[in-house]
Design a protein around this ligand. Structure first.
Ligand code: GTP
Ligand code: MG
Length: 607
């Protein structure tokens, strides 16, 4: 026989592998059809079929082809952890990877997290039960995730006596439903998984069907070619530091989702906009690479030391930039029992980034089993799709669905479980967008010092920090700031205090001091702070009644982990989230000690 099933490791995942996801309503025969395909092509390991049959007999169970898939699942899960059956299958023409996903959540999770990128989907429909709710929901998910290559398998034809007329009715029904969600099926194939009709061999009982068998159809699927010049995208998985003496290198690790990158190329990281050249490409247990391509898990070292974190997206600075925003318009599919509601914090995961997200508005919802629409819904119920605006707690980088689907898909986590997922349709402005754009450009154009940050820290005996001392008028902010500056200075630290007044009549003298210019004043304050932090300083800044919104704005220009906030005064009169509250500065020694402890705790210096 021409086919041979192989286990995970043996099959080389080369470009010719076609990934097929099998979806459909519960019990419509997904596993049976797949089991039969493997069995009839002689793709099962030696004796496998017999073994499963003997097992069934021993347990007085009727043999099911689906058990073959379950058996594979058990076998595989001993080696690697997988929650969905992944079945490899090989013909002379190419390799296949089948994904038999047990439910919507697994299906969505696999697709969105990139555990599998399906080239084609088989939508299995029971000829007797016809199109059911999950048939529609799965089709809807396929459409939303951009998997438009779908073949419809009408299974259990034996139960309707191989009736051509009934088959045609199901096809018509299916076509009209699928066209409403922009799916044009590649083919409709009548089969019986149990009897083996039209799976591998043509069946006399279905001789009215002139199209392909299932195997024939699979073999003739054309894999969509990845468009040439797809931009380089690598979500940063982690940043590792070498620990060897005097080795300051950091390795930025991740998997290349698309495009390629070579040693010497200039890459940028979004949403920060920081950039550097690729110094080396490291691949685990492999000689050094000069180039990395789509699908490879790599580590990159850079010509300059950048401070980037997991969640940023590496791109090539010669190619289109991704979007960066904290507000997005998204299309979302909700799968959890508990409806998704406004005002609640959820975790939004896209690529390797993870941020808190809230629904701002829901513009419409749609019941995915009948496509009925509702406007002005207050929540998103189970199995509903919604178009909504999401507010993210911090900026993330992504692409828009129409530009690039892989980096546009996200999942929403609710109480540690995946609640739903979707795609980003549009990046929206927020209050800080203008400033963020300036900061991205600033980072992009930044001329790096040749002295690495770590060497500066070593020399000064501390890292840089921005200590904001805020509170009401006459609360003693300035007194504390001065005393803290003095105490740090006495210990040989590079500390400097400046009040906002120092900026207002100097750097800010061209803009009025009224409320209208507050954002610009804060932007300049942030930029000056950023410069001094780069120089290695512990900077102490006093400002009256800072709010959390002010801090959010400052965070755009200054790394949030560099900022410590001290509130002075018994009563908190803004919504600021402080790191330390000093009720009074009457006992200045005590206040200074507390501020010192805060800096030790945050790792600015050791003691
Ligand atoms: P889930 O994984 O639970 O969603 O089910 P599934 O879609 O994988 O269905 P499965 O293959 O487990 O089959 C469900 C039932 O339908 C089993 O009892 C099969 O024997 C039966 N079945 C599958 N294909 C056929 C068929 O072609 N004809 C008949 N008569 N029964 C079938
Ligand atoms: Mg199954």
């Amino acid at each position: 026989m021409l086919c041979k099933a192989r286990k995970d490791k043996q099959v080389k995942m080369n470009k010719k592998t076609l990934n097929i996801v099998i979806v459909g309503h519960v019990d419509h025969g997904k596993s049976t059809v797949l089991g039969r395909l493997l069995s009839d092509t002689g793709s099962l390991g030696k004796g496998r079929l017999k073994q499963v049959k003997v097992n069934c007999e021993k347990n007085s169970k009727l043999f099911e082809y689906a058990f073959l898939i379950d058996a594979l699942k058990d076998e595989q899960s001993q080696g690697i952890t997988i929650d969905t059956a992944r079945v490899f299958f090989k013909t002379r023409k190419r390799n296949y990877l089948f994904l038999d996903a047990p439910g919507h959540i697994e299906f969505l999770k696999n697709m969105v997290t990139g555990a599998s990128k399906a080239d084609v989907a088989l939508l299995i429909i029971d000829a007797n039960e016809r199109v059911q709710e999950n048939t529609k929901r799965h089709a809807f998910l396929l459409s939303m995730l951009g998997i438009n290559n779908v073949a419809v398998i009408i299974n259990k034809m034996d139960l309707i006596s191989y009736d051509r007329k009934a088959f045609k009715e199901i096809v018509a029904d299916c076509r009209s439903f699928l066209s409403a969600i922009d799916i044009e099926p590649l083919s409709f194939i009548p089969v019986s998984g149990i009897k083996g009709d039209n799976i591998v061999e043509r069946s006399d009982r279905l001789n009215w069907h002139k199209g392909d068998t299932l195997l024939g159809a699979i073999e003739s699927f054309v894999k969509k070619k990845d468009p040439l010049n797809k931009p380089f995208r690598m979500p940063v998985q982690d940043v590792y530091k070498f620990t060897n003496f005097n080795d300051n290198r950091r390795i930025v690790a991740g998997s290349v989702i698309s495009g390629d990158i070579k040693v010497g190329d200039e890459i940028a990281f979004y949403p920060s906009g920081k950039k550097a050249n690729v110094k080396s490409i490291e691949v685990f247990n492999s000689p050094k690479h000069v180039k990395a391509i789509t699908g490879e898990a790599i580590g990159i070292t850079l010509t300059e030391q950048l401070y980037i974190k997991r969640g940023e997206m590496a791109i090539s600075s010669q190619e289109p930039f991704p979007q960066a925003a904290t507000r997005v318009r998204a299309s979302l599919f909700w799968l959890s029992k508990k409806p998704m509601v406004k005002g609640k914090d959820y975790i939004f995961k896209l690529g390797t980034s993870r941020v808190l997200a809230k629904i701002e508005t829901i513009s419409k919802t749609m019941n995915t089993s009948d496509l009925s629409e509702a406007r002005l819904a207050k929540s998103i119920d189970k199995n509903y799709m919604a178009e909504c605006i999401l507010q993210l707690a911090s900026p993330i980088a992504f692409d828009l669905t129409q530009d690039f689907l892989e980096t546009s898909r996200f999942v929403i986590v609710d109480d540690y479980h995946i609640g739903g997922g979707g795609i980003v349709l549009e990046a929206l402005e927020d209050k800080n967008s203008a400033m963020r754009n300036k900061v991205v450009l600033r980072n992009y154009k930044w001329i790096k010092s040749m002295i690495p940050r770590s060497q500066r820290e070593e020399k000064y005996g501390h890292s840089s920090a921005l200590v904001f001392i805020t509170g009401n008028q006459n609360s003693g902010r300035k007194a504390l700031a001065r005393a803290l500056e003095q105490s740090l200075f006495n210990k040989g630290r590079l500390a400097y205090f400046f009040g906002i007044g120092n900026l207002l009549y100097g750097l800010d003298s061209d803009i009025k001091t009224d409320g209208k210019n507050r954002q610009e004043h804060l932007r300049r304050l942030s930029e000056v702070s950023h410069l001094m932090l780069e120089a290695g300083m512990i900077l102490i800044v006093t400002a009256i009644n800072l709010s959390q919104e002010d801090i959010r704005l400052i965070n755009v220009a200054v790394e949030p982990e560099k900022i410590e906030i001290i509130w002075v005064g018994k009563k908190l009169t803004t919504n600021i989230e402080y790191d330390l509250k000093v009720d009074s500065v009457k006992n200045m020694d005590k206040a200074i000690k507390a501020a010192n402890n805060l800096l030790i705790e945050k790792g600015t210096f050791k003691s």
